[in-house]
Design a protein around this ligand. Structure first.
Ligand code: KIV
Length: 291
């Protein structure tokens, strides 16, 4: 990323000092080390997804701590049924769009399905594409099974966020989107996964779709912040999908999400008012024309 996308250039303000422009309005950016230091803090961390320049402007101005270019874009933006359809080209294009909005926050980009499943060489090359597009870190799903690629990406100096529990890229292997870790034996594996990826060097871990009690246990067991989504109240932070919060995700809101606005209705209403003005010849007005 360029300095304007997050990492300060030599001589630019330190991370704990106010920066200019949008950064000044929302406070200083939280880089990877500073984020890791927020483990166990009193105030929970806030991460939200964004996929393009307007959603990034909105979440940046809201002062969130971390912006995630999630592969949920497959469903909420591209209209697919699952995240398995999302390609590296999709992720690069959307990460670049987010970075071009120049948010002061750390931008984390999801590594899509198959981009890190074929060994360390392709995984590092794909992580590098996301960094060159503007990401300051990447996120990948899985625990012990992914340690080799995780280490290779970290070795290439790219910070990695982990993601365990209900991992949407494993939808077929899991037999659907099901809460994970309900059996004590599965819960034990999840705790071991979390410890292993934290030990390997993940700077934070997303816990998705697991019982609150297990999320609390994992959060206690690892020295890095956990971000919960459908994982209850005990995580170090929370993460949600932009479209679910603002009412752009269709009729269904997941039980673990909360809708704070209904932008789909608002947008529809605005377009219908404009269409009415066009049809009644109230638009454009003389002041909206060139003479
Ligand atoms: O893709 C995504 O949006 C995610 C979050 C739900 C954590 O992975």
């Amino acid at each position: 990323m360029s300095s304007s996308e997050g990492h300060p250039a030599p001589g630019s303000p330190r991370q704990d000092q106010p920066q200019v422009g949008l950064a000044k309005a929302v406070g200083p950016k939280l880089g990877v080390p500073a984020l890791r230091d927020r483990k166990g803090g009193i105030e929970p961390l806030v991460m939200v997804t964004a996929y393009d320049a307007p959603t990034t402007r909105a979440v940046a101005a809201a002062g969130v701590d971390v912006i995630l270019v999630g592969d949920s874009l497959g469903m909420v933006v591209l209209g697919y049924e699952d995240t398995l359809q999302v390609t590296m080209d999709d992720m690069v294009s959307h990460t670049a769009a987010v970075a071009r909005a120049r948010p002061p926050q750390l931008v984390v980009a999801d590594m899509p399905w198959t981009s890190y499943h074929q060994g360390p060489v392709t995984a590092v090359a794909n992580a590098a594409r996301l960094v060159r597009a503007g990401a300051g870190a990447v996120k990948l799903e899985g625990g012990v099974k992914r340690l080799e690629v995780l280490r290779a990406i970290l070795d290439a100096e790219v910070p990695v966020m982990g993601h365990i529990g209900l991992t949407p890229q494993s939808v077929h292997a899991m037999g659907g989107y099901r809460v994970q870790g309900r059996l004590r034996s599965d819960a034990k594996v999840l705790v071991e996964d979390a410890i292993a990826i934290a030990d390997a060097g993940c700077f934070a871990i997303v816990l998705e779709g697991i019982p609150e009690e297990l999320a609390a246990e994992v959060t206690q067991a690892v020295p890095v912040p956990t971000f919960g989504t459908g994982a209850g109240r005990s995580c170090d932070g929370q993460v949600l999908v932009f479209h679910d919060i603002v009412g752009l995700g269709g009729a269904r809101v997941p039980r673990f999400a909360r809708r704070y606005a209904d932008l789909e209705s608002l947008a529809s209403q605005a377009i219908s008012e404009w269409a009415g003005d066009v049809r009644a010849r109230r638009f454009p007005a003389p002041s909206e024309a060139y003479h």
